[in-house]
Unconditional design. Structure first.
Length: 193
């Protein structure tokens, strides 16, 4: 992850036409953006095309000297908008089912200290979480992914989702409440079965 100072220095170099500087930006953000796109787009060719458009748009924006206050948030905002357009063109905006488990959402966990039973319990909990997240509204799924999978700050989520800071915080709170409710209902169903 680039520091703010490193980002600023690279942006200035890109504005001066330094493609190598943009290559460093690309390397810094590609994996995280690919993971986010992988979560949303199952077709590999489409996903690669979308990522290409994202980097081209950000490059053009930087090259033109437009102000970008938070580069990471701007990348996610551009990616989100291009994905939205992708589904809009195919009339699938609200109909697309996100297959969390199969989409390759990476999870980083340190299981080395866990015994086999704890590992199994953790995996079951993770699979239940994916199931319940998949049942949330699209906007709620997205805010949870940005916060917990992509580890964006609330201020960055606000930029990505075109919301105020308070609006992003409220959306995250409501998404977590909906997730808790789904867990509660699921556990009640499990205990009666």
């Amino acid at each position: 992850m680039l520091t703010n100072e490193e980002q600023y220095a690279l942006i200035l170099r890109v504005r001066d036409g330094d493609r190598e500087a943009f290559g460093l930006i690309y390397k810094s953000y590609f994996d995280a953006l690919h993971r986010f796109a992988n979560y949303r787009i199952s077709n590999e060719e489409d996903r690669d095309d979308i990522l290409g458009k994202v980097f081209a748009e950000v490059f053009d924006t930087l090259r033109q000297g437009k102000e970008v206050r938070d580069l990471r948030a701007y990348f996610y905002q551009v990616l989100r908008n291009i994905i939205f357009d992708y589904y809009k063109e195919r009339r699938l905006v609200r109909e697309k089912e996100i297959e969390l488990g199969e989409a390759g959402v990476e999870r980083v966990r340190d299981n080395a200290a866990l015994n086999p039973e704890e590992k199994i319990d953790r995996e079951i909990d993770y699979q239940r979480a994916l199931k319940h997240i998949g049942r949330l509204r699209e906007e709620q799924r997205e805010v949870i992914q940005l916060r917990f999978f992509e580890e964006l700050e609330i201020s960055e989520i606000a930029i990505v989702m075109n919301k105020s800071h308070v609006g992003a915080r409220v959306l995250l709170h409501r998404a977590l409440e909906a997730l808790k409710k789904a867990y509660y209902e699921d556990s009640r169903t499990d205990s009666t079965a």
